[in-house]
Design a protein around this ligand. Structure first.
Ligand SMILES: O=C(CO)[C@@H](O)[C@H](O)COP(=O)(O)O
Ligand SMILES: [Fe+2]
Length: 220
């Protein structure tokens, strides 16, 4: 079953609790939270305070995507704030095993992310240790960008390694996912689809989620 993780980056921040309830009632599986620091990416968004504020308004896991430099300094704060999954970028982790261990020691599921231009081989050594791999299908920083097709080969490669090594991590994709690109990702081996603008920019969020699911041959 394909999972849908609506990214609140495209939600109405003045009504965040209501927006989250709307996608939860509409069939979302995770709430995707994009944390940006203005250094690793050219945008500044959400900190631990907002994660703490939204935790009580949903029963869905909070899938927190850290687009920040020096994630080790902030992992305990995001864990205490209520993150269920903390995902760190390979590009900023000099000691990736240490960072993944730090996430797990804080009682949270650990994920690793790669940008579109980062080779899949850079995360091969960490695959046995993670609960989730996130392949960026746009360059991180903003919602509403166009899907980069060349990322599909990496999704296929990571899915093949998962099978060969008999691993259980979830394979998530993020950026430009909509009812046209979702099937490409699922066919390549992804099982969690992050969708920001394709869900929150529609008035009927249940319908938007169902549209993506039916494009990949799934339903709620
Ligand atoms: O991490 C990011 C962007 O950096 C994403 O999670 C976006 O928020 C996805 O938005 P859409 O491309 O689906 O509109
Ligand atoms: Fe994201």
């Amino acid at each position: 079953m394909t999972k849908i993780a609506p990214s609140i980056l495209s939600a109405d921040f003045a009504n965040l609790g209501k927006e989250i309830a709307d996608v939860e009632n509409g069939g979302a599986d995770y709430i995707h939270v994009d944390v940006m620091d203005g250094h690793f990416v050219p945008n500044i968004t959400i900190g631990p305070l907002i994660v703490e504020a939204i935790k009580p308004v949903t029963s869905l896991p909070l899938d927190v995507h850290l687009m920040i430099e020096n994630p080790d300094a902030y992992i305990p704060m995001f864990a205490n704030a209520g993150a269920s999954i903390l995902t760190v970028h390979q590009e900023v982790c000099t000691h990736l095993h240490r960072t993944v261990k730090l996430i797990k020691d804080n009682g949270v599921k650990a994920g690793v992310v790669i940008n579109p231009a980062t080779p899949a081989e850079t995360i091969l050594p960490i695959l046995p240790e993670v609960d989730l791999v996130l392949v960026m299908t746009v360059n991180p920083g903003f919602g509403g960008q166009s899907f980069i097709q060349s990322t599909l080969k990496k999704i296929e490669q990571i899915a093949a390694w998962r099978k060969e090594m008999n691993l259980k991590f979830e394979l998530e994709v993020d950026g430009g996912v909509n009812k046209d690109t979702a099937k490409l990702c699922i066919d390549a081996g992804a099982d969690v689809l992050v969708a920001g603008s394709a869900v929150f920019n529609k008035t009927d969020r249940r319908h938007a989620i169902e549209d993506i699911l039916s494009a990949v041959g799934d339903s709620k």
